[in-house]
Design a protein around this ligand. Structure first.
Ligand SMILES: Cc1cc2nc3c(=O)[nH]c(=O)nc-3n(C[C@H](O)[C@H](O)[C@H](O)COP(=O)(O)O)c2cc1C
Length: 164
């Protein structure tokens, strides 16, 4: 099996990061992966807000309930759904960023901004821009590990053939 396939299967949310910024090369690589994601009708109705300032990260973290990874991250990228966009496309962009990050040694964790109206205001977005999801990134700390309860349902429970 290819290394690429192994990386897909073993991608996990990592929440413990080193306290150092991402290099601009690594950040650019992650953003390129987002930008090149395929989208419905290639509309690319998205934008990406990059938050690196420590105080801004703490403020952004107030917009969700499980946001310690944002507080600890080197950078958190908010996925903005622009008018006409959809969450399927945003999810693809998030996963592409996470896989690209993994490929260059950067750990990541998806984040829900439960109070997305607050996030919109905090980021200075317009009323028709939605900021519900983000991804936190950082170089994994030496003891970084995925959560132990991160197994998956058996294939037989989630896959059906020919009919639902
Ligand atoms: C849409 C979505 C939102 C998530 N939101 C959060 C979050 O707010 N905080 C967090 O710590 N993890 C969040 N996660 C990470 C999940 O908890 C994690 O992917 C899941 O427990 C499986 O763990 P694993 O990815 O390490 O296998 C989110 C994941 C997804 C897909």
């Amino acid at each position: 099996m290819s290394d690429f396939y192994e990386q897909i299967l073993s991608l996990r949310a990592i929440r413990d990061y080193e306290k150092r910024p991402l290099s601009s090369e690594d950040l650019d690589a992650i953003l390129e992966a987002a930008r090149w994601t395929g989208s419905s009708k290639n509309r690319q109705d998205w934008s990406f807000v990059v938050v690196t300032d420590h105080d801004r990260l703490q403020g952004l973290a107030e917009c969700g309930d499980f946001t310690q990874p944002v507080r600890d991250s080197a950078v958190t990228i908010v996925l903005v759904r622009e008018p006409g966009g959809n969450d399927f496309d945003l999810g693809r962009a998030a996963q592409n960023m996470m896989l690209a990050a993994r490929a260059i040694g950067v750990a990541s964790c998806p984040i829900t901004l439960h109070r997305s109206a607050e996030a919109r205001q905090f980021l200075g977005l317009a009323s028709d821009q939605e900021a519900r999801y983000a991804v936190a990134f950082g170089y994994p700390s030496a003891d970084a590990a995925p959560r132990k309860f991160g197994g998956r349902k058996d294939r037989a429970r989630v896959v059906r053939y020919d009919r639902g």
